[in-house]
Design a protein around this ligand. Structure first.
Ligand SMILES: [Zn+2]
Length: 254
């Protein structure tokens, strides 16, 4: 009944032992995992793994850190991957002005190009935005015509006011382990967003929820995130998981 809408189960930190990870999440009732690519090789890897597991889907895209790697040849290859039947979106894409591993110009080019691919193939896209709140908002506002299938703000960490703007543009929001941390004050933001726009994720191997903070995360731990949202919503875990499952279906079509 649980959903991990943004994971990186192909990350090198797991040393290729994806079978163990799959068994682990199935055991606790996770019924759908969307693995996310962040460059061309990882997009290819999540595609190959989705072919092995019926409950695993993927998004393919080039992360803003890797934006500099996107050229005409890699764009063609990316389009081929995105056309795969288990690809449910383009991502993760966006802006990262914390690490600045690609220039602003490169990030703008990659973000726009990949929004165009999503639009062209009638798919939603997944946004990574770090230290870039205003720029991301303005960028999406200016390209409203490319947002027909909606988008996911993954690991959403901005304000309730900004969420309202994204929501009006067709945005959904996913929350991960951070909302379970002891000092987290995400309750008001989550309450301010319509319930039919909220998804759950782990972003594993990163950001393990409390009480696993600092350890290697995996998709089975999305259960803790769902539980936290159920407390904020004051609903049963089952009811909460059901709403989130339906939201995932509406956005990603699976
Ligand atoms: Zn991610």
């Amino acid at each position: 009944m649980y959903v991990d809408a943004h994971a990186h189960l192909c990350d090198g930190k797991y040393q290729g032992d994806i079978e163990t990870l799959v068994n682990k999440y199935r055991e606790v009732g996770v019924e759908l995992v969307i693995n996310s690519g962040y460059d061309l090789p990882s997009s290819m890897l999540v595609m190959q793994n989705s072919e092995k597991y019926g409950d695993m889907f993927f998004t393919a895209g080039v992360h803003p850190d890797e934006a500099k790697t996107l050229d005409n040849r890699s764009i063609d290859r990316l389009i081929e991957i995105v056309r795969h039947k288990k690809c449910v979106g383009v991502g993760e894409i966006g802006f990262d002005f914390y690490w600045n591993k690609s220039t602003e110009e490169e990030q703008i080019f990659a973000f726009e190009k990949q929004m165009e691919i999503a639009d062209h193939l009638n798919l939603p896209f997944v946004v990574h935005s770090r230290d870039a709140s205003k720029k991301t908002v303005d960028f999406l506002k200016d390209r409203k015509s490319l947002i027909k299938r909606g988008f996911l703000m993954h690991c959403y960490s901005e304000s309730a006011e900004t969420a309202k703007i994204y929501q009006d543009l067709g945005g959904y929001f996913s929350f991960g382990g951070v909302i379970t941390f002891k000092n987290a004050k995400k309750g008001d933001v989550i309450k301010s967003i319509d319930k039919d726009r909220i998804l759950t994720e782990t972003d594993c191997p990163y950001l393990a929820p409390h009480p696993f903070r600092g350890t290697l995360n995996d998709s089975s731990k999305v259960v803790y995130v769902t539980k936290k949202i159920s407390e904020i919503w004051d609903k049963s875990e089952e009811e909460t998981a059901k709403i989130i499952r339906e939201n995932t279906r509406r956005l990603f079509g699976v």
